[in-house]
Design a protein around this ligand. Structure first.
Ligand SMILES: Cc1cc2nc3c(=O)[nH]c(=O)nc-3n(C[C@H](O)[C@H](O)[C@H](O)COP(=O)(O)O)c2cc1C
Length: 189
């Protein structure tokens, strides 16, 4: 096994891909799938843009509308999971942990201030996302009122599973951060 196939190297590569997903719109890691648990206990999945990643705290930043179903779901049940499949690299990453919601605080203020006008205007839509309407509504002309609907999801993950499909042999590994530190092991793919 070469140095690039150590668990430490896999972990570093996963973190590098997450950081790249924030910066590179063409990266598959830019648009992961977020899973939450609905009020009826059923899983719900949807695509979100990965807005930030802090490797030290293993925290991902996502933005959403506070009127959305996912916001209510996470407020009631913060356990969440996120997955990405990068078809080019043939890497699947599965993360799970807990979400913290930021609505009217410095975290949300900073994220709103850094958002582009086009992104902000999404939050001005009326009525809120998911409401039934007789016809598709026009795009909001600006971001008036949008801040009141804008929220930040911080997903801190404590489990990460890596799967790399390779002709020479698939590689699967799991990393779990607990009170006693990091536990990491290879798994049968
Ligand atoms: C490429 C792509 C990027 C998206 N990015 C976001 C996002 O950053 N935040 C968000 O709330 N919804 C985003 N959406 C829409 C969600 O997938 C979803 O349809 C919407 O948020 C409603 O989800 P919910 O009813 O489960 O709350 C995106 C959809 C696509 C296809």
């Amino acid at each position: 096994m070469t140095a690039s196939e150590t668990l430490a190297a896999v972990r570093a590569e996963a973190f590098r891909l997450l950081a790249r997903g924030v910066a590179d719109r063409r990266s598959a890691f830019h648009t992961p799938t977020l899973a939450t648990i609905g009020p009826d206990g059923a899983p719900q999945l949807r695509t979100l843009v990965l807005r930030g990643f802090d490797a030290a705290s293993r925290t991902l930043r996502l933005h959403t509308d506070r009127r959305s179903a996912k916001w209510a779901a996470l407020a009631a049940e913060p356990r969440a999971a996120l997955q990405v499949y990068d078809a080019g690299a043939q890497i699947q990453l599965r993360l799970s942990g807990r979400a913290r919601l930021h609505a009217e605080d410095d975290t949300a203020d900073a994220a709103w201030a850094a958002s582009r006008a086009g992104s902000r205007s999404c939050y001005a839509v009326e009525p809120g996302p998911g409401m039934p309407v007789p016809a598709p509504p026009p795009a909001p002309p600006g971001d008036t009122g949008g801040r009141a609907h804008f929220g930040v999801i911080h997903l801190a993950f404590d489990r990460m599973e890596w799967l790399h499909l390779r002709r020479s042999g698939h590689r699967r590994a799991v990393f779990a951060w607990g009170p006693e530190g990091l536990h990491e092991t290879w798994l049968v793919p």
